[in-house]
Design a protein around this ligand. Sequence first.
Ligand code: HEM
Length: 341
Amino acid sequence: MVAHAQRHEKSGPVYEGQTAASKMQQLWSLASERQQSQAWLWTPFTLGIFFENVAVTTQRVADTYEDTLIGRRFKFVHSVGSLAKFQYTTTANAEGYTGIFASGCDNGIIRFSTAKEFITSKSSADQAYDNFIPAIAMKFLRSGVHSGNVMGMYGVNGIHSWNFFKEDFSNHIPGSDGILLNLIGTALQSATPFVQYLGLSDIAKYDQDGNEAANIKFPFKLVFEPQLRNLFPETFTLDYQEQLATIASNTVLYKVYAYDGPHSVNKVEIGQLKITSQIMKSEFGDKFLFFKHQDIREDIALKPEWQGSYDRASVTSTQCPVAILSNGFKYLMEVFKSMIF
Ligand code: HEM
């Protein structure tokens, strides 16, 4: 920890204690300063995911990374993305979910990213698979308490299209397919054995005014259904960040659906997400804005009956330095192969 907080450091009780609107003003001011993306990391540098403390992603409570004595934390994956402000409004429903699910959220920030750098010369829809891996991260700012965060993806292998809005996203994703992603999966398992799921109970714990729910109620799983599904072409024509920048503020981007439990057959519409700014590149978003991943074990602690409904990662994590190095080497080989073929 450095002695004095840097301008970008938004964490700690004094910061958390402020109103959601004030926190938004501070974050958005920083986000808007340099509306450009950081460069993708040099490929061998992405090896850092094997050596960093990945558990920070599930354990740290803050809206930004803090600098440490060895400098700032890098996003080794999802290194480049775009930001927008959003409003989440609830749709009338009888599910009784609490916190943000009940109050909605007037001060949200969404980041649109891809898990890795993509190769645009592979321009057909089929060549997008294993190449273009879109994702969203949402931050619900709340007064007096820490923000709620959740991420959505289709899957870590990406989609058979260059259209960011082609598929529904969810906080539950299927297992990975391929050596490269399985290796990354082993790195993530140092944080949790359930790497395909993100928890929702923290979002249900406090509403946007910071009121704590007496009896937390949260869904098993969310689905984000794009409302502009056919806006962009299937083949590569333009970088997705340039495409997203053409969408007007006040556009509803996603309807949000919930599955109440592991055996629920029907999903129920519970809300919608409308951007309240245009979608812009942001160096602050790439370098400093942090989206906490809630470990699904926190949901399981509150809903022990859901325990058997989550797949554990199939590959076992290891802390052995030789194995980490060996995995890192295999990872690099796979990255280079994917760039060539
Ligand atoms: C539970 C195990 C997981 C671990 C340990 C993990 C780890 C990471 C790490 C290290 C990052 C880079 C940024 C950072 O350091 O915070 C990241 C970013 C991200 N992850 Fe995960 N991940 C996990 C599961 C998931 C799942 C299941 C999803 C989607 C449903 C997901 C979606 C994302 C997204 C969208 C980002 C980009 C966040 C941003 O825009 O800054 N992750 N993850």
